[in-house]
Ligand binder design. Structure first.
Ligand code: SIN
Length: 415
C-alpha cells in the first residue's frame, strides 16, 4: 500500500519508500554486479498510487496518468546516495549508499510516467568510491550498445556524487552518440528528510527524454541545473553542491521541462575519436600536486602518464618531471583551479611566450648547461580549462590511442 504526500509539486510515496528501506536495512551492502542485466520495464506504479487511501487531509493522492506515447528512457543504476537507505529512516542519520535497486528508485517517483516510458537496468550497486576505471569502460560500452536502439530516446545513469563528475566526464569522451546521456545523483539518502534524489531523477529523466537535449553530450542534472559533464564539479557536499564554475551550465529544468541556453562546442559524442572496442583497462596515470618547496613525484614503476596540478612548478619539480618525460612518461600540467585557458596552442594562433619564473628559468639554464648534447626531451602537455582530475581521465583515454605528446596535446586542445 502506498501513501503519498505532496511536496514542492512532487509526489513522494513515503510509506512505500520507508517500507522498502526497512526491508533494505536487513540486507548487507550490495556487491558490484560485474555485468549488466537485461533491461527491465518498470512496473506501472501510477494506478496503485492513484487508488491509495489518503493519510489525512493534506495527503491526497495525485493520479499520475502515464503517457503511452512518451519517449523511452533507460535508467542505469550504479548505486550512491540516491539509492541510500538509513538504519533509522526519516532521520538525519547515517545511511548505506547503493542499497535500493534501480526499480525501487524509479518506482518511488510515479511522476516519471508522465514524461517517459522508463526501463531500468542494474549495472552495480555501490558507493561511488568503489567505481573503478574498468567499470567506466564497461558502462560506456553498455551505453554505446543500448543507444543504438532506435526506440530509445536517452539514458540516465544514477550514481554516487563522490565520483560522479569523473564517470560523467569519461562517458562524455567515450559515448559516441548524439542522444542524451544524463548522470544524476543525490546528496541526501532516499529515506532521509527532504531527499533530493526523486526531484533530481525526475529532472534527469525529463532531460534525457527531451529532443532539446540531443547533441549536448553527456550532462549532469542536479538541483534543476543542466551541466555539461566536461565542466561539472562537486563543489560541496550539500544539495546545490554541483556547479560548473565560469563555463558549462547549459540550462535548467523548469516546471515546463528542460530549457537549454547554451551548447558545448568542443569534441564529444559522435565526433569523439575514442573507440573502446578492444579496450578493457585504461593506461595507468598518476595525479600529483605541485607546491612551494616541492621536489616532484618519483615512482618505483613508472606510470604511462602523470598529471601535475600546478600554478607554476619549482625548479626541482621541473627537473623531476623533465626526467620523467625523458623516459617516455607523458606529463600533463593542469592549472590547480582548472580554470586556466593559457598554453597548449588550442586557439587560432601560437600561444604567446610564457613568462617563466626565475626558478623555472634557472632550472632550464641548468638543464641546458648540464646536458648540452642530450636527446631532445619530449614536450610536456598543457590542459586547457580542465581540472587535474579530468585531465587525468582525458590522458588515460588519449593513451589508448597514442603515446606521442604532440598528438596528446592536439587531443587536449580539441576535447
Ligand atoms: C557516493 O558517492 O556513493 C556516496 C555519496 C553520494 O552519493 O552523495
Amino acid at each position: 500500500m502506498m501513501r503519498e504526500i505532496r511536496m514542492l509539486g512532487v509526489v513522494r510515496p513515503t510509506v512505500a519508500l520507508l517500507a522498502l528501506a526497512v526491508a533494505a536495512c536487513a540486507r548487507p551492502v550490495a556487491a558490484p554486479v560485474p555485468s549488466p542485466s537485461p533491461a527491465t520495464p518498470v512496473a506501472a506504479t501510477s494506478a496503485a498510487a492513484a487508488s491509495a487511501p489518503a493519510a489525512g487531509a493534506a495527503a491526497r493522492p495525485v493520479a499520475v496518468v502515464p503517457n503511452p506515447n512518451a519517449p523511452k528512457v533507460l535508467v542505469i543504476a550504479t548505486g550512491g546516495t540516491i539509492a541510500g537507505v538509513q538504519n533509522a529512516p526519516g532521520t538525519l542519520g547515517a545511511y548505506r549508499a547503493g542499497t535500493l535497486t534501480a526499480e525501487q528508485i524509479t518506482a518511488s517517483v510515479p511522476e516519471l510516467a508522465r514524461y517517459a516510458r522508463v526501463e531500468t537496468e542494474q549495472f552495480s550497486n555501490v558507493a561511488s568510491t568503489l567505481v573503478t576505471p574498468e567499470m567506466w569502460v564497461k558502462l560506456a560500452k553498455r551505453i554505446n550498445v543500448v543507444l543504438q536502439r532506435g526506440d530509445l530516446a536517452g539514458v540516465v545513469v544514477t550514481h554516487g556524487t563522490d565520483r560522479l563528475e569523473e564517470t560523467a566526464f569519461f562517458l562524455y569522451l567515450t559515448v559516441r552518440s548524439s542522444k542524451p546521456v544524463v548522470v544524476v545523483g543525490a546528496q541526501r539518502p532516499a529515506t532521509g528528510i527532504s531527499p533530493d534524489g526523486p526531484i533530481n531523477l525526475l529532472s534527469a529523466v525529463r532531460t534525457a527524454a527531451s529532443p532539446k537535449a540531443v547533441q549536448k553530450g553527456v550532462m549532469v542534472v542536479m538541483d534543476d541545473r543542466i551541466l555539461s559533464a566536461r565542466e561539472s564539479r562537486k563543489l560541496y557536499q550539500r544539495t546545490g553542491g554541483f556547479s560548473t564554475g565560469d563555463m558549462g551550465m547549459l540550462g535548467v529544468v523548469a516546471s515546463q521541462g528542460p530549457e537549454f541556453f547554451f551548447a558545448p562546442v568542443r569534441r564529444f559524442g559522435e565526433r569523439s575519436e575514442f573507440d573502446l572496442d578492444g579496450v578493457d583497462t585504461l593506461p595507468k596515470v598518476e595525479l600529483t600536486m605541485s607546491y612551494p618547496g616541492g621536489t616532484g613525484q618519483t615512482f618505483t614503476t613508472n606510470p604511462k602518464g602523470v598529471v601535475v596540478a600546478t600554478t607554476g612548478m619549482t625548479a626541482a619539480e621541473n627537473a623531476t618531471y623533465r626526467a620523467l618525460r625523458q623516459t617516455g612518461v607523458v606529463v600533463v600540467t593542469s592549472f590547480t583551479s582548472g580554470e586556466n585557458v593559457n598554453g597548449g596552442g588550442g586557439g587560432d594562433g601560437p600561444p604567446p611566450a610564457r613568462v617563466d619564473t626565475t626558478a623555472q628559468r634557472d632550472s632550464a639554464q641548468r638543464d641546458s648547461v648540464a646536458r648540452p648534447a642530450a636527446a631532445p626531451v619530449p614536450p610536456g602537455v598543457t590542459a586547457l580549462h580542465l581540472t587535474a582530475t579530468k585531465a587525468r581521465i582525458l590522458l588515460m583515454v588519449a593513451l589508448t590511442k597514442t603515446k606521442d605528446p604532440r598528438e596528446i596535446q592536439r587531443i587536449f586542445n580539441e576535447y
